[in-house]
Design a protein around this ligand. Structure first.
Ligand code: UDP
Ligand code: MG
Length: 302
């Protein structure tokens, strides 16, 4: 059986269409399936529609969160409660083409354990969004050594891989990176991101920046190493300036150099603050991990 995990947050305008498109396609292809919707604390009619549809169609299951926990948590809950021998994750807004889902399933049947959906084109997005996501993936690829360009959450995983992902007790997880980190016999299919027909993207610029910073911290300690490099650079500067200051002292011109003092103070101050900031970011991650709070709270399962 194929489980399709669909994180949904305020998708009441399109969810019915998603259901009918997926059901008719999977039935036509004669794939035994389960649609597992994760209602991520929507505050519109999503829950009501999902419950209605679930009562009509035994293939549909619904996980309802007690509040909005974010897409990563929704994916984690979906994987945890999935029953299929293979599990696909796809967006509820039909931006991930259902045809590709069938293609992924066929690849799984032919023996692949991880099938990654790779974005060929990115659909309707602002120039700024395109630019920043390109920057983000460049940094991610550089710092983690995983090729992340064009990666998406549209994936199909074998049960084996799902179980391994579920056994990872990380509080902050980054699904699209973790599923390539685990390895396995994997392949990818390219797809064009369709335009969103109804509703709007849930991502504000602020949310995206936070998401990017979190995921970089999650997967890499490079920012801390940058602080060390900054320390070495300021040390070299300090060394040169110290020699200059000593020379000035011995030739009796030491009263000057007020400008140097101010510049050094400001420079050192900001480097120190930055360093403490980066440490703080990592400590807050450690704090989140040691608290061992659940990643999500399920208030209802249908
Ligand atoms: N989503 C979610 N929780 C959130 C935000 C989004 O489950 O807090 C879901 C949303 O319903 C959709 C998918 O994640 O199915 C992708 O969201 P969206 O379309 O807003 O992102 P984009 O396609 O712009 O990257
Ligand atoms: Mg979308």
């Amino acid at each position: 059986m194929l489980t399709v995990v669909i994180p949904s947050y305020n998708e009441d305008k399109i969810i019915r269409k998603t259901i009918s498109v997926l059901c008719s396609l999977l039935e036509k292809e004669q794939i035994d399936y389960e649609l597992l919707f994760v209602n991520d604390g929507s505050n519109d009619n999503t829950q009501r529609i999902l419950e209605q549809e679930a009562s009509l169609n035994p293939h549909i299951h619904v996980i309802m969160f007690s509040r909005n926990f974010g897409k990563e948590s929704a994916i984690a809950a979906g994987l945890a409660l999935s029953k299929g021998e293979c599990v696909a994750v796809m967006d509820g807004d039909l931006q991930h083409p259902p045809k590709v889902l069938v293609q992924m399933y066929r690849l799984w049947e032919s023996g692949y354990e991880v099938v990654n959906g790779v974005k060929k084109t990115r659909g309707e997005e602002s120039v700024m969004h395109k630019f920043s996501s390109r920057m983000f993936y460049k940094i991610m690829t550089q710092t983690t050594g995983l090729d992340m360009s064009g990666s998406s959450d549209f994936k199909l995983l074998d049960r084996k891989v799902v179980d391994i992902l579920m056994a990872m007790p990380e509080y902050h997880s980054f699904f699209r990176a973790l599923s390539s980190w685990v390895g396995f016999n994997s392949t990818s299919v390219e797809f064009d991101v369709a335009d969103r027909e109804e509703g709007e993207s849930k991502w504000s610029t602020r949310a995206l920046i936070k998401y990017a910073v979190n995921n970089i911290l999650e997967f890499s300690s490079a920012p801390m190493q940058i602080v060390t490099v900054a320390g070495i650079v300021t040390f070299i500067i300090a060394f040169v300036v110290s020699i200059q200051t000593l020379i000035r002292y011995f030739i009796g011109a030491s009263a000057e150099g007020f400008t140097t003092v101010i510049i050094l103070m400001l420079l050192l101050g900001s480097v120190l603050m930055l360093g403490i900031g980066v440490l703080g970011l990592y400590i807050s991650k450690i704090y989140d991990e040691v608290k061992r709070r659940p990643r999500y709270i399920i208030s209802k399962y249908i």
